[in-house]
Ligand binder design. Structure first.
Ligand SMILES: *Cc1c(COP(=O)(O)O)cnc(C)c1O
Length: 469
């Protein structure tokens, strides 16, 4: 029997759908008088065009990703990359046997990143993941396992802890929760919105599995001082004998700093840096979701965490939370490396930084706002209203810009700066100088109305949630 239940297919009309044959070809969804159920699987099939139209129409109400200045995640790729991903959509990353070339591209990407981050080993130690969150889980697990081995006499009675700034991305809260590690958070203080090296060292003890340094912070786009964190931990080791490894969460910055700030020493050149993660789908310039986790040497990744899968009669090590996952993103990551080269990456990231800097400068010049960062580390900046008692606040700005299609999140800072609320703009590949001009135009148009308010409107109950990206 044909699955097509419209008139003319097998003569039988679906009992649930009455179809207007004149509309069906031009606009299939309009042709069906009855809407299929939304919360249970319908009893009968419908025509593929009709199903397509229904889902397509519903998705039209999603935002326009190019106007989304909240997310760090890639929203534009070249058509060739999209074509390649389409060709690979049936490839399963775990089937190393069936897709040995995809597995090879993954290995090459690990090798390229390992060289980019100056690891002391040939070809690198690491893997692709679904994103930085999974990569951070894997890196955290390696830190915890290494600590447990070093402390076999005391573990599991002792409770492991992880030291990091209060500004870390939510994936670290998840890691600590899921793997029962105590989070030790260094609060913000005054105009310091990220990790303080000495404060981090002061929180370390014999149960510290590691310190996380973020390059750069999702709150304001600033780089944490990785080298200073390592130096403070070197001093701690000299004083106490404690040898605490550092993980760098380079979800965004590990794909920016190597190209734009080659003199900044934050990576495996620092002997204390034992692992690094990045999101291939952020400044790695690939559609979601792909991430990377790399370790300094084989000693930094405990062998007993690695599983072996059959691979062309031999065996292939894997370290992952998922089993099956798409291979297309890995092919696309290899494509971006090949296509852009180091020079191309530098050019793309530089233009994002140029757009961010110029936008930050123009917003600064308006006088209504005070910048926390200027877009000169990540191509990201945060700003707040200059007058805390003024007629409008950051939430008003976010809401009013939303009316014009712009998604600019406003949110309140964590301890000890809960008094501070900011707006944050993330500039990415595809957010052109042209679009930035349009954004400025809209902001300038809105300002007289905002200044004319008698007071800020009530704060939205739930603040924009997208900023964690
Ligand atoms: C985005 C981000 C993450 C989470 O990465 P996903 O790829 O979205 O899972 C972790 N840490 C930092 C610093 C981030 O910016």
């Amino acid at each position: 029997m044909s699955l097509h239940r419209g008139p003319g297919a097998d003569g039988a009309r679906s009992p649930r759908l009455s179809v207007n044959p004149f509309l069906q070809e031009a606009f299939p969804a309009a042709a069906t008088a009855e809407v299929p159920p939304r919360h249970r699987i319908p009893d009968a099939p419908i025509a593929p065009e009709t199903a397509y139209q229904i889902v397509h129409d519903e998705l039209m109400l999603d935002g326009n990703s190019r106007l989304n200045l909240a997310t760090f995640v890639t929203t534009w790729m070249e058509p060739q990359a999209a074509r390649l991903m389409g060709e690979c959509r049936d490839k399963n990353m775990i089937d190393k046997d069936e897709y040995p070339r995809t597995a090879e591209l993954e290995r090459r990407c690990v090798s390229m990143l390992s060289a980019l981050w100056n690891a002391p080993v040939d070809h690198g130690v690491g893997c692709s993941t679904t994103g930085s969150s999974e990569a951070c889980m894997l890196a955290g697990m390696a830190l915890k396992r290494r600590w447990a081995k070093r402390n076999a006499d005391r573990y599991p009675a002792a409770r492991p802890n992880l030291v990091m700034g209060v500004n870390v991305q939510v994936c670290w809260d998840k890691f600590c929760n899921f793997w029962e590690v105590e989070p030790r958070l260094v609060p913000m203080e005054g105009n310091r919105f990220h990790l303080d090296p000495q404060a981090a060292a002061d929180l370390c003890d014999e149960n510290t599995i590691g310190v996380v340094a973020v390059l750069g912070s999702t709150f304001d786009g600033s780089y944490e001082p990785v080298a200073d964190v390592c130096a403070a931990l070197d001093a701690l080791q000299e004083r106490t004998g404690l040898d605490v490894p550092v993980h760098v969460d380079g979800a965004s910055g590990a794909m920016v700093a190597p190209f734009l700030d080659p003199d900044l020493v934050w990576d495996f050149r620092l002997p204390r840096v034992s692992s690094i993660n990045t999101s291939g789908h952020k400044y790695g310039l690939v559609y979601p979701g792909v991430g990377w986790a790399l370790w300094r040497t084989h000693d930094d990744l405990p062998e007993d965490l690695v599983f072996r899968v059959n691979y062309l009669g031999g065996d292939m090590p894997t370290f992952a939370l998922n089993f099956s996952r798409p291979g297309a993103q890995v092919a696309a990551q290899y494509y971006t490396f090949l296509r852009l080269g180091r020079e191309g990456f530098r050019a793309v990231q530089q233009s994002a930084r140029n757009v961010a800097r110029s936008l930050a400068e123009r917003i600064d010049a308006l006088g209504d706002f005070t910048l926390l960062t200027r877009g000169d580390e990540l191509p990201v900046f945060a700003f707040t209203t200059t007058d805390p008692n003024g007629p409008f606040d950051v939430f008003d700005v976010s809401r009013r810009m939303r009316e014009r299609g712009w998604l600019i999140p406003a949110y309140t800072f964590p301890p000890h700066r809960e008094d501070l609320s900011v707006l944050r703009v993330v500039c990415r590949n595809g957010f052109s100088a042209d679009l930035a001009d349009l954004l400025m135009e809209d902001l300038r148009t809105l300002l007289p109305e905002l200044r004319a308010q008698s007071a800020p409107l009530d704060r939205p109950r739930s603040v924009a949630t997208a900023f964690h990206h």
